[in-house]
Structures are given as structure tokens and as C-alpha cells.
Design a protein around this ligand. Sequence first.
Ligand code: ZN
Length: 102
Amino acid sequence: MSRIEIEAQKLLQQRRDSLWRPPVAAPLSPSPSWNDWESAPEPPSEERRRELEAIDAALRRIADGSYGTCLACGGPLGLQRIRAIPEAKYCLSCSGLHDLPG
Ligand SMILES: [Zn+2]
């Protein structure tokens, strides 16, 4: 596993953790409960679900060794893009060309 993959994996896992566990301002109860969940201002949004899926997909690509290449053209994503968007699927030009997220 390359250095950038290790770095990306760490970032992705941190993002994943923070998405699964939304920050709680003042944890008054000793353990999380369904009450806490229900009193949350919003249910997990579609956007958050999509982000989790993108993060999981990127983690899988790291595991199978295909991480860092564009899924559309097969070219390298580039270090800067990986650092900015670790879960990116497409290189900058493809993402602009096809108007694809990430
Ligand atoms: Zn591309």
C-alpha cells in the first residue's frame, strides 16, 4: 500500500466515523439512546448516505489496489485531488466533462 493510500484511508475512515456519529454538543446521558436519535434535528440525509457510500467505495478501491485512478478514463486522479477529495471517483477533467459528483 502506498503512502498516499495510507493517508487517504486514514482521512476516509475519520470522515466515515464523523458521519456515523454526529457530534453531540452536551452528552447528558451516559449512553446513547433512541431518544437521542429521535430528538436529533434531522434524520440522516440522502446526502450523508451518498457520502458514506462514496467513502466505502473508496475504501474498497484502496483494499483491492485500484484506488487513485479515474473510473471513467483510467488516468491518475492526481495527488492534489486525492488530498482534497479522498473519495473522488473521477479525475478533474472527467468530473467536469460528465458533471459527475466527486
Ligand atoms: Zn478521467
